[in-house]
Design a protein around this ligand. Structure first.
Ligand code: PLP
Length: 411
């Protein structure tokens, strides 16, 4: 009989979102007339920009004719999209990239989940706490996590970098040497960012310790403040130590369409078992072309349209819409005296739960008394206990109504 990959048994149930759904369903059963507002999910709600749908329609028409039909495309992405990415997202900010350093994919979730495959099984992994769970779970599947310590709510062999109000959500360098460091900025769930100087500390650490930084920048488009870096490669020398992930999901409403990309600079090296340098981009290219057959032509045409003048304008107004929501939530909660973080350069608002309530107690209060669903911070890791996440991805009407309802609560 076949035996399983035992590491999968180390995974903890996806407790967070199933528990939220369970509590929400129970509440609706008991209160069928309640008008629930959800500020919990990380999905967007606005339609695709017109420039994108136009480009996708005409790509579909091209595919309908044998003389312009496209079948399998390059696994790494079509040149027209790679060029647009390199020119607009990097060159325009003074960063030079080559075509063979960018890999288009069907989402950052897959990329941040798959990247660990090309590193050795004994690599020591560090994650921020609270954390986007995919980084942890994919390393559990690969056998790097050790066992789960229920009391600590953490895996024994993963290095957790605590991010809370005491360090202004900026992790300290690990006390133990680590090999792979997942950093996410602008951060999900806290909505916080690092300055270039702060990012440089991590690049320096990685250089000194031969570590690699896996920099998830899925929310880059939401950065509003001038001094916040858009790419880790703005830090000199970062190409030698960092892989960067970007997604069109939140920027352009691509959560269902699916398109993202990963940058693996040619300068980035890792050691093989004999201590020789290996170009990481070659390994990633090998993995990508073996296990992935490219993003659809229609989708890539849609993604490239984001970089057209109309596309840029439409994306800006999408981002403005969500960031105005973020401001409404942030200012509204601040005016109630709550401790609120994020929401300035990211569509997430992270708040300290009032009256010392734990994350789930606050979830129940918000659902029961204001009929609002949010996300308990502890679901993202132990350091999220006593915090709560709200998202700016709802409609304006619901966002405003939610803040009014919270205003009426006794906190
Ligand atoms: N990275 C972070 C930090 C995210 O929050 C998300 C989605 O919520 C993703 C990656 C996944 O993005 P994609 O839709 O491109 O798979």
């Amino acid at each position: 009989m076949a035996t399983i990959n035992q590491n999968f048994l180390q995974l903890q149930g996806s407790y967070l979102f199933s528990e939220i759904a369970k509590r929400r369903t129970k509440f609706i059963e008991e209160n069928p007339n309640a008008q629930i507002i959800s500020l919990g999910i990380g999905d967007v709600t606005r339609g695709l920009p017109e420039a994108v749908t136009k480009a996708m329609h005409s790509a579909v028409d091209e595919l309908a004719q044998s003389n312009s039909f496209r079948g399998y495309g390059p696994e790494q992405g079509y040149d027209f999209l790679l060029e647009a990415i390199i020119q607009n997202d990097y060159k325009a900010r003074g960063i030079d990239l080559q075509m063979n350093e960018v890999f288009v994919s069907d989402g950052s979730k897959c990329d941040v989940g798959n990247i660990q495959e090309i590193f050795s099984q004994d690599a020591v992994v560090a994650v921020q706490d609270p954390v986007y769970p995919v980084y942890v779970d994919t390393n559990v599947m690969a056998g790097r996590s050790g066992s789960f310590n229920k009391e600590k709510n953490q895996y024994e062999n993963i290095v957790y970098l605590r991010c809370d109000a005491d360090n202004n959500f900026k992790p300290e360098l690990p006390s133990r040497k680590v090999d792979l460091i997942y950093l996410c900025y602008p951060n999900n769930p806290t909505g916080m960012t690092l300055t270039k100087e702060e990012l440089k500390k991590w690049v320096d650490y990685a250089k000194e310790n031969n570590s690699i930084i896996l920099f998830d920048s899925a929310y880059e488009a939401f950065i509003q403040e001038e001094d916040v870096p858009h790419s880790i490669y703005e830090v000199e020398g970062a190409k030698e130590v960092a892989i960067e992930f970007r997604s069109f999901s939140k920027t352009a409403g691509f959560t269902g369409v699916r398109c993202a990309y990963t940058v693996v600079p040619r300068e980035l090296k890792a050691k093989d078992a004999d201590g020789n340098d290996v170009t990481v981009a070659d390994l990633w290219n090998r993995r990508h072309t073996t296990k992935f057959n490219g993003v659809s032509y229609v989708t890539q045409r849609g993604a490239a349209a984001i970089y057209s003048p109309e596309g840029k304008e439409q994306i800006n107004s999408l981002v403005d819409y969500y960031m105005t929501n973020a401001g409404i939530i942030r200012d509204g909660l601040k005016s109630l005296g709550l401790d609120v973080y994020g929401g300035v350069n990211a569509p997430y608002i992270w708040l300290k739960t009032p009256s010392g309530l734990d994350s789930w107690a606050f979830f129940d209060k918000l659902l029961g008394e204001a009929n609002i669903v949010g996300t308990p911070g502890v679901g993202f890791g132990q350091a999220g206990q006593g915090y709560f996440r709200l998202t700016a991805f709802g409609s304006r009407e619901n966002t405003e109504a939610a803040v009014e309802r919270i205003r009426k609560l006794s906190l």
